[in-house]
Design a protein. Sequence first.
Length: 232
Amino acid sequence: MNGTALLHLLQLASPSLPIGAYSYSQGLETAIERGSVRCPDSAARYLARQLGDVLAPWDGAVFWRLLAACRIGNSSGNGAEDSAGGSEAFWQWNARYLASRESAELRAETVQMGYSLTRLLMELNLVPSGPMRDTCLPAALAQAVHALGVPHEEALLAMLFSWTENQVLVCVKSIPLGQVAGQRLLLGLRPAIEQAAAQARSLPDDELSSWAPGLAQLSMYHEIQSGRLYRS
């Protein structure tokens, strides 16, 4: 991985990327409120299970396919639409991901951040400007990775790390954990991140799964939770 690609990847994975990731907890705030996550050990178990049961077989696996669709679309010679990740396969996986969002908050989250990242890419002249479509965050991120020439394996790891880092920050603020405990938790989840990336790359299409009823219930409970700090 050359220095330019690494710098591009660090920018995409940065918490300062202006797409609003810091304002979402993806149901974790409710898990903390209900006592399922209450200390570093329970947080580690919760996040490791999320990585293995949700991120690896669905979010990461779909992102991996969106990256491939961007590459295939760009090589098809169909013009500007393909260069922005406009292949048929790309939009099919985008639609499947949107359909997998079981709650209103989870769908609104990925559409809002997908819109914000797509708008940012247009303003940076990394993708052609044009009509905005409902684009999930993994699809918009795949477009960014493709436009900036970031290697796909490293991009997948960065996506999983960014998700994990954001969840750890929720724990730091809401359990609450100290900053050192948060960094210890993040460091301890490295093997789970690497394993999730390897699983996401290797799963065939017929083994992908978004089945996570517990997460869906947490997200729906969050819609009526009072005193929320986060939007999901």
